[in-house]
Ligand binder design. Structure first.
Ligand SMILES: C[S@@+](CC[C@H](N)C(=O)[O-])C[C@H]1O[C@@H](n2cnc3c(N)ncnc32)[C@H](O)[C@@H]1O
Length: 475
């Protein structure tokens, strides 16, 4: 009768990789359930048996029950949704197959063990399957305890064999699959570890990123271990060849690798980050970089009637949307994509609106957007904020030209632009979408370094309407 399920990471197949904790756990298991995947990977089965033979004391009786693994369809041509569905169905079928065996355990067999290749936390479904089993028994009134014992994973062994750390100082590590690599690769990810790569996806990065450093390892921890290290473009053919020979010999290949941008390479391609700034103020209005704490200002500026009237989609922001947007502001700033500010009343510190600059189009050009909360309209706040931000952008942030635009009819927005020193440059036909599917012309303005912002008073009479915050070019 089942009482406990143990998920035990056994490392890469060498009994020497099994931790002391895992060794002790192995000696408590009455029945190991192992997926029988056919004989394609019989080397793995042999490695697993070697671990049990080497580490379980001779006087401890246990049995190994092979459970036929439900078949999974081919992954290659599936889209992501079909892939997820396929994996979920496969897990459900596994749960059923294991439950049949567990229900048939002898009276004295109370502890079931699952042996997991490497560590159960890395691309392995055993923990999810065991959770489902525990839930299934709980629903039937049977309490089953379970625990997870860590093992040495393939990325750890890869790093150890190459004698490297997986991360650079204080930097993140991105772990992904070969299936996803080409879609998501960007040098800004930093160090990228790739697992489950049947097709050596990194070969397709060699053209665009020849200088990436590659540390590759196959059959790690086994007598057939293979290591290759070098500049991606230089070693990719060697890896291809070694891989093909190994596949020929074994019928399968298990490899993992690390891709690292070369030392001294810019952290990411694209524009430089916007410079850090203290709050900017003229004594009446203060603008400071937007933070996650400002999400209510972003939501309220977007969701009032006037703003929605000039919006592209006319859809209110949910709290979650506003939170996500403000949380992303810091990263956008550092990536040089957008410098978003919150406008506040200098005296009370209360949020009054939003203003920002998106870097887009030719280098040195920024697109400005702004919007003020109804309670602060007609007080010259937006003009003041626009002057502060424009001065910063042209003098401190390295931009040479600022642009902004508003939908024809949103005249108050144009008055703000003009008072802040922007010059009207023309009318762009049908540039801006409306919520009803039609499109509006846009009145376009610019301000360049050579023609600095006006310094006169910011009289009342400024927009009752926003020109659109920084994620819409104009409103
Ligand atoms: C289903 S995942 C299991 C990972 C495992 N749980 C771990 O902790 O490493 C299988 C992938 O792990 C990597 N892998 C597993 N064993 C390996 C080995 N001996 N050498 C190199 N890579 C290995 C390969 O990327 C393989 O596609």
């Amino acid at each position: 009768m089942i009482e406990r399920i143990r998920v035990i990471g056994i490392g890469m197949g060498d009994p020497g990789h099994v931790t002391g904790e895992a060794t002790r756990a192995l000696a408590t298991v009455d029945a190991f359930l192992v997926a029988d995947k056919g004989d394609a990977k019989s080397d793995l089965v042999a490695a697993r048996d070697a671990v049990c033979d080497a580490l379980i004391p001779a006087d401890h009786a246990y049995r190994v029950v092979e459970v036929t693994d439900p078949r999974r369809g081919p992954d290659a041509e599936r889209d992501a949704a079909a892939y997820d569905r396929g994996v979920r169905d496969w897990h459900a079928a596994r749960v059923e197959a294991y439950a049949v065996v567990i229900d048939g355990l002898a009276d004295g067999e109370t502890t079931v063990g699952f042996l997991v290749w490497g560590d159960p936390a890395f691309y392995d479904s055993t923990i999810r399957v065991v959770d489902a089993l525990v839930e299934r028994y709980a629903a039937a009134g049977v309490r089953v305890e379970h625990d997870v014992i860590a093992g040495i994973s393939a990325p750890q062994l890869l790093a150890a064999r190459h004698r490297i750390p997986l991360n650079r100082i204080g930097a993140p590590i991105h772990i992904t699959t070969g299936r996803r690599l080409l879609d998501e690769y960007d040098p800004s990810l930093g160090d990228v570890v790739v697992m489950l790569d049947g097709h050596l996806a990194c070969a397709e990065l060699a053209g665009a990123y020849p200088d990436l450093e590659l540390w590759w390892g196959a059959y790690l921890g086994t007598p057939d271990e293979q290591l290759v290290h070098g500049r991606l473009a230089d070693v990719v053919d060697e890896v291809r060849r070694v891989r093909a020979e190994a596949r020929e010999r074994h019928g399968w290949v298990m490899d993992t690798y690390l891709l690292r941008p070369p030392a001294g390479a810019p952290e990411r391609p694209g524009p430089p980050p916007f410079p850090e700034t203290e709050p900017l103020t003229d004594g009446v209005v203060t603008v400071r970089p937007l933070t996650a704490a400002d999400w209510e200002v972003v939501r309220d500026e977007h969701n009032n009637e006037e703003s929605l009237r000039w919006d592209f989609a006319g859809e209110p922001l949910t709290d979650e949307d506003a939170r996500r947007k403000t949380a992303a502001a810091r990263l956008e700033w550092r990536r040089g994509r957008a410098a978003r500010f919150v406008m506040t009343d200098a005296e009370s510190g209360q949020g009054a609106g939003v203003i920002g600059i998106m870097r887009m189009g030719p280098p040195g050009t920024g697109l400005v957007g702004y919007g003020v909360l109804p309670a602060f309209r007609g007080r010259g706040f937006t003009t003041r904020a626009l002057r502060l931000v424009s001065k910063w952008a042209l003098e401190d942030a390295g931009l040479a030209r600022l642009e902004l635009g508003h939908k024809v009819g949103n005249e108050a927005s144009g008055r703000v632009a003009a008072k802040a020193g922007f010059r009207a440059e023309g009318r762009l036909s049908g540039r801006l979408p409306n919520p009803d599917g039609t499109r509006s012309d846009e009145i376009y303005y610019s301000l360049t370094r050579e023609a600095p912002a006006a310094t006169g008073p910011a009289e009342p009479g400024e927009p009752t309407e926003p020109n659109g915050p920084t994620d819409r070019p104009a409103g």
